[in-house]
Ligand binder design. Structure first.
Ligand SMILES: [Mn+2]
Length: 226
């Protein structure tokens, strides 16, 4: 797994970054329909936590094979990968979240785990306005280029921050980026603190599923699962 994946500028289409999907595949479909997603030219980036809570985790993972969809790893994906790596005898003991997985044939469980193990911890995207980056939760230290090198080295504090850090209570920006887009910390509406965008509007828990368009900074939402 490459810890950091970098993407060039998208000259032919738009780039969207969507918050925690958590198995709400039908809501993701509705959101793409709402923005008129162009499957030939647009790109969809996810902040991680694609799986669990909602009923359609499997369907979300199927989309990861599409050439227009990309994601970083969230703590839910990390938990599944770690369970797989430890070869737990009973995954059901680990989390009730894995029910969707346990109902699948064993070979498919392995395929999902391998697919999630291949997800990067961070994504960088060149835009006309500068570099935008995506991690699931946080960027400890506040300087992107220091942080991404720490991620590449496998530094434990940096990895922990990328997967588990909760939002700071005060406004803080990340140096070296046009924008940092994160999920993990639920917010009622998409929020900006400094140049950090918080995109997890709790789709699986009665909120909304939201995406930001990197080209124009617009925010788009559809109702979540109630
Ligand atoms: Mn999370």
């Amino acid at each position: 797994m490459a810890a950091v994946l970098s993407f060039g500028i998208n000259r032919d289409g738009r780039d969207f970054v969507v918050g925690d999907v958590h198995g709400c595949f039908d809501r993701l479909q509705a959101l793409l329909a709402k923005v008129g997603f162009d499957y030939g030219h647009d790109r969809l980036f996810c902040v991680g936590d694609l799986i669990d809570h909602g009923p359609l985790s499997h369907e979300v993972l199927d989309w990861l094979g599409e050439p227009w969809m990309f994601s970083v790893r969230g703590n839910h994906e990390q938990q599944l990968v770690e369970a797989f790596t430890r070869n737990e005898a009973d995954w059901g003991l680990l989390s009730e979240h894995f029910a969707w997985l346990l109902g699948r044939p064993v070979h498919q469980q392995f395929e999902f785990a391998l697919q999630l193990a291949a997800l990067p911890l961070a994504i960088e995207i060149s835009t006309a306005a500068g570099v935008a980056a995506i991690v699931h939760s946080g960027c400890v230290g506040g300087d992107w280029w220091t942080f991404r090198e720490a991620l590449r080295r496998g530094d434990a504090a940096a990895v922990r921050s990328a997967l588990y850090q909760r939002a700071p209570q005060r406004a803080a920006s990340v140096a070296g980026l046009q924008a940092l887009l994160v999920g993990h910390t639920p917010v009622k509406r998409v929020r900006h603190l400094g140049n950090i965008w918080y995109l997890d509007t709790a789709a699986a828990k009665g909120g909304q599923l939201s995406a930001a368009c990197l080209a124009d900074g617009s925010v788009h939402s559809v109702p979540g699962r109630h």
